[in-house]
Design a protein around this ligand. Structure first.
Ligand SMILES: Nc1ncnc2c1ncn2[C@@H]1O[C@H](COP(=O)(O)OP(=O)(O)OP(=O)(O)O)[C@@H](O)[C@H]1O
Length: 303
């Protein structure tokens, strides 16, 4: 059974179709990335999943339970870290986490609360009032709050937007550990490097539709290929290689040319053609394409 089964979900805000028939299944134990430019519909999808918003059509199931009709079950299965920081400023960190535990009917949850605070480097702030915390610290509490009931499915909406490197590392270490222990993790982020490093599989949303859905490594291999960056010391770049340029419509950047190569065996014939046309190479680098290249290609609509 899928951890999350999203079936033909539609949502409009007046004339704007924020989600236009989204379907995808996230398996138990996956570390899944939900990517897309601003306004693609990621937060709308997560808020429907979390029961904070209603779909106009379609359904979402968590471990087989419907997020609308079986809300009591799905809210126990899910731990959602929202994008926005909303807190009661008069409570301490520990009180906030105890209250959240109470909300799930958990008494005597202190051992786990202590462990979560420890892993998120919050122990030193346990008795500080929420209003006295920095934005980064508040975000840690938001993560801790979503984890008090040890949810099997953890959903993080832009958890690292605007936070420092230290928190990112602390957070990813802890979330990766929970994932290794069997928790399903769904992440939205604009940091594609982060998504590439963490997510086994990603979906890309564009204008409310899924435009790519695959293993991260497959997407990178299938779509982007590698790049060869050449700097020419002398000679003229031959016309017959211009079809390999990554951006043939743009003028060359200084003496630098970026070519698309699919395999290492493509490199030698390119070098031979350059040599024949009298080009002397000053510098050459082969760069493996990354998720950002894939993202840009897909969002521009060329596959
Ligand atoms: N409550 C609302 N009322 C009207 N329009 C909304 C509302 N919430 C979202 N939208 C619109 O729906 C579209 C999808 O928004 P959503 O926040 O889901 O995108 P997103 O992919 O999460 O974007 P971001 O990366 O900026 O967080 C956007 O065009 C947004 O302006």
């Amino acid at each position: 059974m899928a951890a999350i089964q999203i079936n033909q979900v539609e949502k409009s805000y007046r004339a704007l179709k924020a989600l236009n028939g989204v379907s995808l299944a996230i398996e138990e134990g996956e570390f899944f990335g939900l990517l897309g430019p601003n306004g693609a519909g990621k937060t709308t999808l997560i808020s429907i999943l979390a029961g904070l918003n209603r779909a106009d059509a379609g359904s979402i199931k968590v471990h087989g339970y419907d997020v609308v009709t079986d809300y009591r079950q799905t809210r126990k299965l899910l731990g959602v870290v929202p994008q926005e920081l909303v807190f009661d400023p008069f409570f301490t960190v520990r009180e906030t986490l105890r209250m959240q535990s109470g909300y799930y009917g958990l008494k005597n949850n202190d051992a786990w609360i202590d462990e979560v605070m420890h892993h998120l480097d919050l122990t030193g702030k346990a008795d500080a009032n929420m209003r006295a915390l920095s934005g980064g610290m508040k975000r840690r509490v938001l993560v801790a709050q979503a984890l008090v009931h040890k949810p099997p499915v953890i959903v993080l909406d832009e958890p690292t937007a605007g936070v420092d490197v230290e928190l990112r590392q602390t957070l990813w270490k802890f979330i990766s550990r929970l994932n290794r222990e069997g928790h399903t993790v769904v992440l939205t982020t604009h940091y594609l490097e982060e998504a590439q490093a963490l997510c086994n599989r990603v979906a890309m949303l564009k204008a409310g539709q899924v435009v790519a859905l695959d293993a991260t490594s497959t997407l990178i291999k299938r779509i982007a290929g590698s790049q060869m960056v050449l700097r020419i010391a002398s000679g003229t770049f031959p016309d017959e290689l211009k079809n390999l340029l990554l951006h043939p419509e743009e003028p060359a950047f200084g003496n630098q040319y970026t070519l698309r190569v699919n395999e290492y065996s493509d490199v030698e014939p390119i070098l031979a053609k350059l040599r024949l046309s009298g080009v002397v190479i000053e510098d050459m680098q082969l760069q493996q394409a990354d998720l950002e290249d894939v993202f840009i290609q897909i969002m521009e609509g060329e596959k």
